[in-house]
Design a protein around this ligand. Sequence first.
Ligand code: PLP
Length: 414
Amino acid sequence: MGKNLMKSPKTQNKMNREDFPILTQQVYNRPLVYLDNAATTQKPQVVIDALQHYYETINSNIHRGVHYLSQLATNEFEAARRCVQQFINAAHDYEIIFTRGATEAINLVAASFGRTYIQRGDEIIISEMEHHSNIVPWQFLCEDRGAVLRVIPISDEGMLDMEAYTELFTEKTKIVAVSHVSNTLGTINDVAEIVRIAHGHGVPVMLDGAQAVAHEPVDVQALDCDFYCFSGHKMYAPMGVGVMYGKERWLNEMKPYQGGGEMISSVTFEKTTYNDLPFKFEAGTPAVGDVIGLRIAIEYMQSIGVERIRDYETELLHYGMERLSQIEGIRFIGTAPHKAAVISFLLGSSHPYDVGVLLDHQGVAVRTGHHCTQPIMSHYGIPGTARASLALYSSKEDIDRLAEALLKAKSMLL
Ligand code: PLP
């Protein structure tokens, strides 16, 4: 025992679309062009195999078992924790808390940090470009505690107004929670600077990394953020698993999130004491197979190289913006100079939903709507956008197919 039983992916030096079986499908008799990666990415064969292997050979509940399979599953689960630690360069493996996704991770921070530190009148800074997952949990907290939400405005390019940000701090500011990369605008925020400014006021920062980890190398120690949250399913791993990274000093002080098995040290009806990190924040049975799948997905990305993925997607983004800007009547929402591979747009006066349906019928999958960022839509005074979001298996051919399908949609709509 001790050695990893799950097969690690082999090193490869290019993006291999063939690794993703779902992409070989046809939809409406056309080869599938999947451009909805900000919603969820597809899974490589190695991750699918890992899940099957787990359920065929290892499946067992972890940590409390003396028996053989339970120990195997525990070893694999803890190996995954060390893999995530190394992936985001956390100082300790027990700073990695497994959750069901970014949403649960953010709810955990808001609830536990809130119960521990937030008092009536305290202030929490978020931004106008946040996903609802990074707005609503803080609103819950504000309602419960009588705290106040302060919002960093965005410019029309889709960038945070950093001057306004610096002016939001008061003695009452207790935490800043902002996205690393916007799922709607694609903007990559200068999160190191955001952290530096907040720390200058003695305020901790939580970063929502849901749209960053699959596209940008992330080093939580270099960023010096206090919390970093993300989902596995947006980075080639199964659905149902995510990560909340927190600095040890906060996690030690913070009250637990959920109560249940595993998170306790002892329970009597009079008093319960809590387990050590990371288990204090992991109540109940986790998604063991999915956590192991997350490790394989990380290793898969590393077998290509996260910098290489970033550079490839950036080149593709530029190609895409260039190609689509040739279509008369297209309007991009989110034009920051430092962007991840997300292209949000409107086509003339047509409704994004109609555009999405017409693209779909040509085999091109994009997302339409407000993308769980209604305040961004209010900022621009629009009902929604169509959004094409790229991944490591996206190609120039995909962009060409999108452009052709858009021209056809335009001829039908406008
Ligand atoms: N934050 C951002 C920026 C997102 O894009 C998303 C999902 O789209 C989330 C949080 C929530 O992620 P999940 O639904 O995987 O919990």
